[in-house]
Design a protein around this ligand. Structure first.
Ligand SMILES: NC(=O)c1ccc[n+]([C@@H]2O[C@H](COP(=O)([O-])OP(=O)(O)OC[C@H]3O[C@@H](n4cnc5c(N)ncnc54)[C@H](OP(=O)(O)O)[C@@H]3O)[C@@H](O)[C@H]2O)c1
Length: 327
């Protein structure tokens, strides 16, 4: 494992990390979470990603229980959560807990996450999406407050536009508040424009770090959707039906097919190739892996071994195959 600074911050994250979206609570119970996190930790992973909205809070409960059982020193791991969608409890939707980044919601949401995790603080907190109905200034002050209160250590954004991130950073700079230090965007062989083009100026100007998501485009880049939707896969899950069109797209699967000989030449799998490729971008602090079972995680952690074999010539071949279809 190697470690990268999270942008301009002093925090070092493992180049590969492990997330819990879709999996924890739905496919992964506490016992399996312990197994996955222990395997990741043994390989040098120090960051575990989560969010309030994952499994409506249950993903944080599962991870919190796993952390209790694993009993690692608190200094040795980094945990995140993200806020925006809110959890609706009770018999009617709470107007201030839905799709918002207002101060009232944010400062209550972090307390809920801390309780579910059973932790005293969360290392990284993200604004899970931008909220056009709350002034960015209000959100920046609330995120600063979370850190000032000792409930979080670093804050950032997820899927915000470059203009929104810069606006938040400048407000924090102007008022001497804790600044956003990281963004969490989707980044994989088929989804690149935001990380490579839109954010280009932010890395130096604002010291932005990246914790990137869906390195396999929800499993597509492992090649397993080339013959349709396999049983027991994310694409077969009823509540993931919105992903099916993308997972079974003939154009996207044709790209995966063309990548297969390169993976073979490298002596790795398609999944390992896709993950290794994502780690090659020096702007990426950590690539967040997803895994519904231990065998996938073991395979995916093996991606780092491919890095040194990814020569400029092979990177150029990958570029020629993927660039025409990447978003
Ligand atoms: N900030 C955000 O908005 C956001 C959004 C999405 C994700 N994230 C974070 O990023 C993390 C990773 O995202 P992701 O889960 O979408 O990552 P991904 O790597 O694109 O997809 C992971 C899924 O692909 C399948 N898979 C993984 N390795 C495989 C392998 N070697 N062979 C075959 N199938 C394999 C598994 O699903 P099945 O076995 O069920 O098919 C696994 O759950 C999430 O857990 C979350 O923490 C953040």
């Amino acid at each position: 494992m190697h470690y990268n600074r999270l942008g301009r911050s002093g925090l070092q994250l493992s180049a590969l990390s492990l997330g819990s979206w879709v999996t924890y609570h739905n496919q992964v119970d506490v016992k399996s979470a312990v197994e996955l996190m222990a395997a990741a930790h043994d390989a040098g992973v120090n960051f575990f990603d989560n969010a309030e909205a994952y499994a409506l809070g249950a993903s944080e409960t599962v991870m919190g229980e796993a952390l209790r059982q694993l009993d690692w020193p608190r200094l040795n791991y980094v945990v995140s959560s993200k806020f925006y969608w809110g959890l609706d409890r009770g018999d009617r939707p709470a107007i201030n807990r839905r799709n918002t980044l207002n101060r009232k919601y944010l400062l209550q949401a972090v307390d809920g996450s801390l309780k579910r995790f059973g932790l005293d603080f969360i290392d990284l907190v993200f604004c899970h999406r931008p909220d056009p109905h709350t002034p960015i200034e209000e959100t920046v002050w609330a995120m600063h407050q979370m850190i000032a209160d000792g409930k979080a250590l670093y804050w950032g954004t997820s899927e915000w536009s470059a203009a929104e991130i810069r606006a938040a950073w400048e407000i924090a700079e102007r008022h001497h508040l804790h600044k956003p230090v990281m963004e969490q965007p989707q980044y994989n062989l088929l989804h690149r424009a935001r990380v490579e083009q839109e954010y280009a100026r932010l890395y130096e100007d604002c010291g932005l770090g990246l914790t990137t998501w869906s390195p396999l485009a929800s499993g597509l880049l492992s090649g397993k959707y080339r013959q349709g939707i396999p049983e027991g896969s994310r694409g077969a899950m009823e509540n993931m039906a919105f992903l099916r069109e993308g997972l079974t797209s003939p154009a996207r699967n044709a790209v995966v097919e063309q990548l297969a000989p390169i993976a073979q030449e490298l002596g790795g799998s398609l999944a390992q190739l896709a993950i290794a490729w994502a780690t090659m971008n020096p702007r990426v602090s950590t690539v967040i892996l997803g895994a519904s079972r231990a065998s996938q995680l073991q395979e995916n952690l093996g991606a780092l071994a491919l890095r040194e074999r990814l020569t400029p010539e092979l990177m150029a071949r990958i570029e020629a195959i993927t660039a025409p279809v990447a978003a």
